[in-house]
Design a protein around this ligand. Structure first.
Ligand code: CU
Length: 131
């Protein structure tokens, strides 16, 4: 009898650490997935932020063509020393004159292709594709 109890204690003692290992094994992938997802989400957020800004430099919109998701707010920033405007061809959006470092933002609520130009220098053109 005494032997049996000591065997059970031994088994219990062995079970305790093995249960911790099982929990660790179950949690490991979950934590890993959470960390990986967090990293991907952070990268997406960074990408979106970096990708939704159009700069105006030397009479040029950069990038000239930008593709964004529906609901994205695109921001144009004028880095030139003279004013520019941002006017969509079908006038779905139109900025006031932007002085140096002024910005104009527009949120694209629906999909489509939006050709725009500078109202003061119509040869300056760009396009936003919303998917
Ligand atoms: Cu202009």
């Amino acid at each position: 009898m005494q032997i049996l109890i000591s065997q059970l204690r031994f088994a219990a003692a062995r079970f305790a650490p093995s249960r911790a290992v099982v929990v660790a094994m179950l949690l490991g992938p979950v934590l890993g997935a959470m960390l990986a997802f967090g990293t991907v989400a952070a990268q997406d957020a960074t990408k979106k932020d970096a990708g939704s800004e159009i700069t105006i430099d030397n009479f040029t919109f950069t990038p000239k063509e930008l593709t964004v998701a529906v609901g994205t707010t695109v921001k144009w920033v004028n880095h030139d020393d003279i004013p520019h405007t941002v006017v969509e061809k079908k006038t779905s959006f139109r900025s006031k004159a932007l002085d140096t470092d002024d910005a104009y933002s527009f949120t694209f609520a629906s999909a489509g292709e939006f050709d725009y130009f500078c109202g003061l220098h119509p040869h300056m053109v760009g396009k936003v594709i919303v998917k």
